[in-house]
Design a protein around this ligand. Structure first.
Ligand code: SF4
Length: 299
């Protein structure tokens, strides 16, 4: 269906959309999938060079699947949450073995891939294959909460009602619906931002329920910003950095230079091993999984 929001948002997107490689006309489904995994927890500015380098090195799932998983972790660099690299490698192997090396267009097939939840499956089906799905990321949820529901921000987890609302706003034509989804997402990223929405520049300001209500403040309890310094997550990042930057496996003592708290170091290292991000070798050293061809730990 077409709503009073459709044309203003689509026209705005036509004029203001950022030029992102995964949105380019020739972008492959693999490029879209990689971008969605990288964007799950990392901002666009940091994803751009990582996505470019990843696609240059592994332009197809088969190319990635042919390398050991440790290389995916190495290439992931400092994007954070490196289990995503491992899952992307697993996905590449599954696509190569079961899907003829192609990203499937079917949402259920996408949902069966590692690390792909409802949002990512809908996003890939929409943006790579022009299908009609409600794509509810944080930006879309915030725009719809303000524009339609008159609330400053959405609830912490998406509700069935929210999904129904998003579906009710989708244009009927699949290709237009896909464009609408990415346009709302972009509006949330560039104009209807979390901290300071630029309502004067918003194409649907005159229809916005939250603006009309005088932008009432949030009555809910805000979650405090997550700390990073000193956390196990930071420690894990440092340990992986040691393995990424050296071309060979590391001894336990090699990690001491990057983290002084031994109990926390051991806990983080155990966690990395349990998550499959680090392989303990028989000689007591540690390596990225699968190592590199020709190195100890290679499979
Ligand atoms: S008018 Fe302001 S709050 Fe409403 S959708 Fe636009 S940017 Fe967001």
């Amino acid at each position: 269906m077409t709503t009073r929001y459709t044309e203003p948002v689509l026209n705005w997107y036509r004029r203001h959309a950022r030029d992102l490689p995964w949105r380019a006309p020739g972008a492959t489904p693999w490029s879209v999938l990689v971008s969605e995994i990288m964007l799950q927890q990392t901002p666009v500015a940091r994803v751009l060079p990582a996505h470019r380098d990843w696609l240059a090195r592994w332009p197809t799932p088969a190319a990635l699947a042919a390398d050991p998983p440790g290389e995916a972790i190495r290439q992931w660099g400092r994007l954070g949450y490196p289990r995503r690299a491992l899952r992307l490698h697993e996905t590449a192997a599954i696509l190569t073995a079961r899907h003829g090396g192609a990203v499937p267009a079917d949402v259920d097939a996408l949902l069966a891939l590692p690390g792909i939840g409802r949002y990512t499956a809908a996003a890939v089906a929409s943006f790579a294959f022009g299908q009609r799905h409600a794509v509810l990321d944080t930006n879309v949820r915030r725009v719809l909460a303000r524009l339609v529901a008159g609330r400053p921000r959405p609830a912490s987890t998406p509700s069935v009602a929210e999904t129904r609302l998003a579906e009710s706003l989708l244009p009927a034509e699949p290709a237009v619906a896909a464009r609408w989804s990415v346009a709302v997402m972009e509006l949330g990223a560039l104009v209807c931002t979390a901290a300071s929405p630029r309502c004067a520049a918003c194409p649907v300001a005159r229809h916005c329920a939250w603006l009309a209500a005088g932008q009432p403040a949030d009555s809910g309890v805000r979650r405090p910003a997550q700390r990073y310094d000193g956390t196990d997550r930071q420690c894990r990042g440092r340990l992986l950095g040691v393995l990424r930057e050296s071309g060979s496996p590391a001894r336990h003592a090699d990690f001491d230079a990057v983290w002084s708290d031994q109990a926390q170091l051991d806990r983080a290292l155990d966690g990395l091993v349990a998550d499959g991000l680090v392989d303990p070798l028989p000689d007591g050293r540690y390596a990225l999984p699968g190592g590199r061809p020709g190195l100890p730990g290679g499979r």
